[in-house]
Ligand binder design. Sequence first.
Ligand code: HEC
Ligand code: HEC
Length: 258
Amino acid sequence: MKYTKYITSAAGLLGLGAILVACTPAPTMKTGYDYAIPETQAMQDDDFSNPAFVWVDIGEEQWSTVDGEAGKSCESCHGDASSMKGISTSYPKYSAEDGKMRTLQHQINYERTERMKAKAWKWEGDEMLGMASFIKNQSKGMPLNVSIEGEAAPFYEAGKAFYMQRRGGLDMSCKNCHMDYPGVKIRANVLTNGLPNGFPTYRLKWQKIGSLHRRFRGCNSNIRATPYKQGSDEYTNLELFLTHRANGVAVETPAVRN
Ligand code: HEC
Ligand code: HEC
């Protein structure tokens, strides 16, 4: 009897342990910044030496530029750009109008085509990357905070499945590199958790700023898998999964990486 009691309490303890583990918040993940060499970190830290600010300035200029048949600028309706503080932390966001998720870049083009009656910007163009950087920079230092509840749930599941799926000539998943081996050196790079919190990001390799979806394409190509289009449903859902994974991590936009 004593023995049974021991087993029961041991099981109880194990159960309690499991509950404690489940309740303990996950430790904040390290970002690409934490793995970067001091020179790259210093470049990101100083707005004057951060080369991405060329694009932030383009965004700032566009904010008050009137364009389109409605004769309006972003500023005409939203006032000072400080009104955007915190907004980007909840993107990708579910849109009932679209019946799917919208990234901030989708939202920016919605504002242009629907509210300004202006032309959509190219995903990887200077104006779009400028505006996305300018808006996200208003939330610099604030924690990412996307919702995967309700209508967003199936899109999150799709993004997660994409992340876990092995693909390409090397038959690897995103998880294989970014969850299983952060801190491990792969060619010239140290693998990180592959977080989205610094995008649009200036890459020394690109010698310019680029979108998160451009980075997805690069990571897909590196394992010899066919990349998807920037702004596609696949990459938008993937962005949702990745951003939720990084919930609580501070926005760094615009980051500098090698
Ligand atoms: C004709 C007025 C108008 C113009 C011009 C306009 N907006 Fe908006 N915008 C709105 C309204 C109204 C909403 C919905 C209510 C809200 O969230 O403020 C909105 C929503 C947004 C949102 C989503 C806010 C959220 O909570 O998710 C973003 C981001 C945004 N606008 C950015 C821009 C940018 C960038 C431009 C210029 C390219 C722009 N807007 C131009 C009126 C406008
Ligand atoms: C063969 C390993 C490998 C695979 C598989 C891989 N990546 Fe990467 N990824 C890298 C390397 C190397 C870098 C540059 C160093 C770093 O940030 O980890 C990188 C960088 C990134 C970054 C930029 C992080 C930052 O801080 O700027 C993101 C985001 C990312 N990967 C997402 C993904 C996604 C999503 C997938 C799956 C579609 C994926 N990666 C698949 C190797 C990989």
